[in-house]
Write a protein that binds this ligand. Structure first.
Ligand code: MF3
Ligand code: CO
Ligand code: CO
Length: 279
């Protein structure tokens, strides 16, 4: 049986118990998360054909420096050397920034976590590079909707399995597959904490959701099979069948009646294709 503990009574490390945060903690999470969301908003105009992922990463680093001197959690995290993950096309997650320029038709996930006053705001979105093929657009739409359905299921009384089921049942009905090798995670004053949030599962299974819990939901959805392998660099995860993969991530907190999404886009740019149509 899983235990819960008031976060203020717990050490800032993994303890095997699920931390329940207070309302003022939610405000700390919101501040960190909004810095991340503003950065992801600004990237919309930067992600164009010809830009390199190293330039994108540089922008993220500078954004943190110029907006209060904040660092990204990924910089020097377990040997990772960048302020962002930049995962292009068949890269599932943890793509490392480098000198390769983006080209028309690419899809890229950019994942950023800023730390503000000790709180971690973790979010990622898809960015279309120029005009996309219909299959790529559809994958982005399915993945965004998968996350939204997962968030809808994140409320007190439901379980982590209800979140996974909401995501899996939608994505698979759309003939896409859910990556099993990576999951969402508790966070707060830690980057990765209990519980794991699986993006697949059966209703009513897993741990019960209680007000005060804070975690990410970050489904990775593939057009082909769900299988993943990690390249020799030790980070880059790709689809084994080289099919396209997409991901969206929000950091949320469970409230008495539902949830609070900390990483909402201030400019309503989170769903990139909807935002483009609104232009
Ligand atoms: N931001 C990722 C997540 O959503 C974690 C990246 S860890 C890194 O949990 F080291 F790869 F950057
Ligand atoms: Co995350
Ligand atoms: Co992330």
């Amino acid at each position: 049986m899983v235990g819960y503990i008031e976060a203020s009574a717990a050490p800032v490390k993994k303890t095997g118990q699920i931390k329940l945060y207070a309302p003022e903690d939610f405000e700390g999470m919101r501040k960190a998360s909004q810095l991340t969301a503003r950065c992801l908003d600004e990237l919309v105009d930067i992600v164009v054909p010809g830009v390199t992922t190293a330039e994108i990463d540089r922008f993220v680093y500078e954004f943190g420096m110029n907006n209060g001197g904040y660092h990204a959690a990924t910089l020097n995290y377990r040997g990772y050397k960048y302020s962002s993950c930049t995962s292009i096309n068949h890269v599932v997650c943890h793509g490392m920034p480098g000198p390769k320029p983006l080209k028309e038709g690419d899809i890229i996930n950019i994942d950023v976590t800023f730390i503000v006053d000790g709180w971690y705001g973790d979010s990622s979105r898809m960015y279309p590079v120029g005009k996309l093929k219909r299959a790529a657009e559809r994958l982005i739409e399915v993945t965004h909707e998968s996350l939204m359905r997962g968030i809808e299921a994140a409320k007190p009384g439901n379980t982590t399995g209800d979140i996974g089921h909401a995501i899996q049942s939608f994505a698979e009905a759309e003939r896409c597959s859910v990556v099993r090798d990576f999951c969402g995670h508790g966070l707060g004053r830690l980057f990765h904490d209990e519980p794991n949030i699986l993006h697949y599962g059966k209703p009513g299974t897993g741990v019960e959701l209680k007000p005060g819990m804070i975690f990410t939901i970050e489904p990775m959805i593939n057009l082909g099979k769900p299988d993943v392998k990690v390249l020799k660099d030790g980070w880059t995860a790709v689809t084994r069948d080289k099919s396209l993969s997409a991901q969206f991530e929000h950091s949320i907190g469970i409230t008495k009646t539902g949830n609070d999404v900390f990483t909402l886009s201030p400019k309503d740019l989170f769903n990139p294709l909807a935002a483009r149509q609104a232009e």
